[in-house]
Design a protein around this ligand. Structure first.
Ligand code: GLC
Length: 565
């Protein structure tokens, strides 16, 4: 099997706006990341992914790019990025950035030109279409819905036509069929790789092609959202092969594509199989739905569907076992917090440690999302004005239309999955504003920062943060490092509803990873194994009697074992 540096890395995702404010303006910045590099190095990560910091009007927090070659003013300057890269590289930390290529901002010069007239040279940089006339009324070319609500077309008076935008109105979609667009994007990527970036997380990559413009039939909604209309269509692979050849391979870049759009395993292998010549890996979201988070009637009941979760991870681990590589991430900046989703509010420390052990000892490259390592939680939204995220506001409006007399319900639904949950200030210490900033922050700060913060946990050997450090250490420096990175993965007892057990095997070593997702006592039989050592655990004094292991709430334990013949 081929071996690559990024297979042996441990990644960490940074949302720059809320990571650390170095210049006292209440907004996170690039030099803020620079100042926290020692922290990241001490944590043990050696790869960071930074969410967009391009110049942008910030309609979607930087995913709406106004200038690919400039840094958004509040984030800093290009020199700051250079300084960050140099220091990170000195510390042995690789850096990848978000590469947004499905759309730009409507304030990008290409779009400003494109909308001017039908014969503008930039017209075909975007996807323009005339409207349909129904009953003497002009309507959108198709009834397709967009991810952020409403139609995926926006009307532009100037030329009396519609442009496509599968996200917000201010994010017009690029027309990838146009070779000039392809070349522009290659130039952008090349520029950043030459600047010193080690690769990209490629945003919304599965959406680069569109189906033919035909209405969705028998739809309940006015603008039904059907991912198939703009996800994982065949041309996407041609575009990626082109990018791979002219940009990624020639520059030895690490590339991880975001493939929402319900990419199947077969599709995923096409994107990121070892022989696909497209991407190094793909982020998928299958494991983000193995709970009843939408059931707002009883948000506190045990919500993880453990069997589903196991089947999901198993599916990806198996499909990629000889053919490719996967990233290992619980959640990201678009999802609610891990602790509020798969963690347990009664056993935060035990469940947090268990979740880290369960995922990050699998085969793949971990990506820890900022704040996950200290167990940050969802934000207690009290008002719709707390939402900064455009899609959370859209969800609220949509839910309120359903029950106009019940704004509390609408807020509750929008809050549960709100992307703003993951975008609150990083909790560094007990000081005002969680040590994120010393000025009034322009971002939300969760009130629980006095209890949940980096400084307190650094000083506590038994903290979640120190558990993350131990896991990372195991992956990178221990006698099991080759096993954890390159060993095989084998899941056992798949139908057990409470315990997630898998084995990792490499040459003469075997690890048995046992994780209880239960608040109640669980029992696990160890009679097939001779136990050599306890490698890591989240409780002291394991209870093993007559080859029977009794697991306490959310207990997690990793044994080095020898299988009995
Ligand atoms: C991706 C990003 C998300 C963004 C969207 C549009 O899904 O992760 O934050 O809103 O693409 O760029």
């Amino acid at each position: 099997m081929q071996k690559k540096w990024w297979m042996e890395s441990v990644g960490y995702q940074i949302y720059p706006k809320t990571f650390y404010d170095s210049n006292h303006d209440g907004f996170g910045d690039i030099l803020g990341i620079y100042e926290k590099l020692e922290y990241l190095n001490d944590l043990g990560v050696n790869l960071i992914w930074i969410c967009p910091f391009y110049d942008s009007p910030m309609d979607d927090n930087g995913y709406d790019v106004r200038d690919f070659f400039k840094v958004y003013e509040s984030f800093g300057k290009l020199e700051d990025v250079k300084k960050l890269l140099d220091r990170a590289h000195e510390l042995g930390i690789k850096v990848i950035m978000d590469f947004v290529l499905n759309h730009t901002s409507d304030e990008h010069p290409w779009f400003i030109e494109s909308r001017k007239s039908k014969d503008n040279p930039y017209r075909d940089y975007y996807i323009w279409h005339d409207g349909k006339v129904i009953n003497d009324k002009k309507v959108e070319p198709t009834n397709w819905g967009s991810f952020f609500g409403g139609s995926c077309w926006n009307y532009d008076e100037l030329t009396d036509s519609y442009y496509m935008k599968i996200f917000s109105n201010k994010m017009p979609d690029l027309n990838w069929k146009n070779p000039k667009v392809q070349q522009e994007i290659v130039d952008v990527g090349k520029w950043w790789l030459d600047f010193g970036m080690d690769g990209f997380r490629i945003d919304a990559v599965s959406h680069l092609d569109r189906d033919s413009f035909v209405d969705i039939k028998n739809a309940k909604d006015k603008y039904p959202l059907d991912w198939h209309k703009f996800s994982n269509l065949p041309k996407v692979h041609d575009y990626l092969k082109m990018l791979n050849k002219s940009l990624f391979t020639t520059n030895d870049a690490l590339t991880i594509g975001e493939v929402g759009g319900q990419a199947t395993i077969k599709e995923a292998i096409k994107y990121a199989g070892f022989n696909s010549n497209e991407l190094s890996m793909v982020f998928n979201f299958d494991h983000n739905w193995c709970n009843n988070l939408f059931d707002i009637t009883n948000p506190k009941k045990l919500k993880t569907n453990v069997v589903d979760l196991k089947k999901t991870f198993n599916k990806w681990q198996h499909a990629f076992k000889d053919n490719g590589w996967v990233p290992l991430n619980w959640l990201n900046h678009d999802q609610p917090r891990l602790m509020s989703q798969y963690g347990d509010y009664k056993f935060p420390l035990q469940s947090g440690k268990m979740l880290a052990t369960a995922l990050y000892l699998m085969r793949g490259t971990p990506f820890i999302y900022q704040g996950e390592e200290i167990g940050m939680t969802n934000y207690p939204f009290e008002d719709v004005n707390d939402f900064d995220d455009i899609s959370s506001r859209a969800t609220y409006t949509y839910e309120l239309e359903k029950t106009p007399d019940d704004p509390v319900r609408a807020l509750k639904v929008a809050s549960l999955r709100s992307r703003d949950n993951a975008r609150t200030a990083m909790q560094w210490n007990k000081e005002e504003f969680a040590g994120f900033s010393d000025e009034n922050p322009k971002v939300l700060v969760n009130r629980n920062y006095k209890k949940i913060n980096v400084e307190t946990q650094l000083n506590d050997q038994k903290s979640l943060l120190n558990h993350y450090k131990k896991i990372i250490h195991l992956r990178r420096f221990s006698e099991f490092k080759d096993l954890i990175v390159y060993g095989s993965y084998e899941q056992i007892d798949i139908e057990n509803e409470y315990i997630y057990v898998y084995k990792r095997i490499y040459e003469h070593q075997t690890l048995l990873v046992i994780n209880s997702f239960s608040r109640k006592k669980q029992v696990y039989q160890l009679n097939h194994y001779d136990i050599k050592n306890i490698v890591i655990s989240n409780y002291d004094k394991q209870k093993i009697k007559n080859q029977e292991l009794t697991l306490r709430p959310f207990e997690s334990i990793v044994f080095e074992v020898k299988e009995k013949l």
